[in-house]
Write a protein that binds this ligand. Structure first.
Ligand code: SF4
Ligand code: SF4
Length: 320
């Protein structure tokens, strides 16, 4: 039998081994009580019982703001701040799927240089989780979109490798591993897949209901592991040079639809519908997957409690 079982008592040693592969980050909690991914200076900072971080791991691959070009008179240089090797530990399956989704977008031709560089230096260690009421992923499913996955059981973790880097991690940690009990299969949960997009996404009264309370704060997009809209801004300097900045944008903002003096989505209802159309009807025919991984963040952060799971409920009759 293969030695792929890590006792909980050896987790701290395992984390030290991971540091050989890059700067170690994982789920922690901020002073204000917000769960986040950040550098793990001490294993005691690790919050393995977290449900979801406020900001997903996309922040490691798509910085909120980055300089992508710097130019001066007669010369220019591309920005893309160099990232070192980074090991992200304790990522749940939904967030791993979120990164797999971003890979489809940013590693397809034309490849995004900055994303590709950061992605190549990122080692992903997934971990199983316990869903709460906000989750609607394929719960309990082990994700293969990582280098190594830890399936938690009573007194330890079953480790499985999903890449050459994952196998190298297993080899480096060999002394800490032992034979363990066979893993217990986890049940798969339902995936949010509207069965009839035309019905759900046409003039459905749900849109008016959502738009009547949405405050266009954009939080649902900021926290979404698959939302990647960005804006590119130019900041020329009086001395003749300048910088080009790429930063997160947000399709819930009125400015997002502005093109050449016109606004393609001036109404809140249009913007809400646009976001969900993209999630469930836009990307799906192209790649065969929806761009929602069921992490539940958007429902949790929405100040007015808008819940896109209502889209899968039987349609309400319109009141006359
Ligand atoms: S749409 Fe909501 S539930 Fe789906 S991936 Fe984005 S934040 Fe998570
Ligand atoms: S978080 Fe809620 S209120 Fe804010 S933009 Fe999204 S749907 Fe609207």
């Amino acid at each position: 039998m293969e030695k792929t079982f890590l006792k909980t008592s050896r987790l701290n040693q395992f984390l030290e081994t991971l540091r050989l592969f890059g700067e170690l980050h994982g789920p922690t909690v901020s002073e204000s009580g917000v769960h986040r991914f950040s550098q793990l200076h001490d294993p005691a900072e690790l919050q393995l019982d977290y449900r979801r971080t406020q900001i997903p791991p996309k922040k490691y691959l798509l910085p909120f703001r980055e300089e992508i070009l710097h130019y001066a008179s007669g010369s220019y240089s591309e920005g893309y701040a160099g990232a070192g090797d980074l090991v992200l530990f304790g990522v749940h399956s939904c967030d791993l799927e979120g990164i797999a989704y971003l890979d489809r977008v940013f590693l397809a031709e034309p490849v995004d240089t900055g994303y590709a560089t950061r992605r190549s230096r990122l080692t992903l260690i997934g971990i199983s989780c316990e869903p709460d009421d906000f989750c609607f992923c394929t719960e309990g499913m082990e994700s293969s979109s990582c280098d190594l996955f830890l399936d938690a059981v009573a007194d330890g973790f079953h480790l499985s490798s999903h890449s050459a880097r994952g196998t190298a991690l297993l080899t480096a940690a060999e002394q800490l591993l032992e034979e363990g009990p066979p893993p217990v299969p986890r049940p798969s949960g339902p995936r949010l897949l509207p069965q009839d997009p035309q019905l759900r996404f046409s003039e459905h009264p749900l849109w008016r209901k959502f738009a009547s309370t949405c405050v266009s704060c954009g939080a649902c997009s900021v926290c979404c592991p698959t939302c990647y809209c960005f804006d590119v801004r130019e900041y020329p300097s009086l001395s003749g040079g300048g910088t080009r900045i790429r930063e997160w944008d947000n399709c819930l903002f009125a400015s997002h639809g502005e093109v050449a003096g016109a606004n393609l989505r001036p109404d809140r209802l249009d913007r809400l519908r646009y976001r969900f159309l993209h999630k469930y009807c836009g990307f799906t025919p192209l790649q065969g997957v929806t761009s929602c991984v069921g992490c539940g963040r958007c429902k949790e952060v929405c100040p007015v409690g808008i819940d896109l799971r209502e889209l899968t409920a039987p349609p309400e009759r319109e009141e006359r």
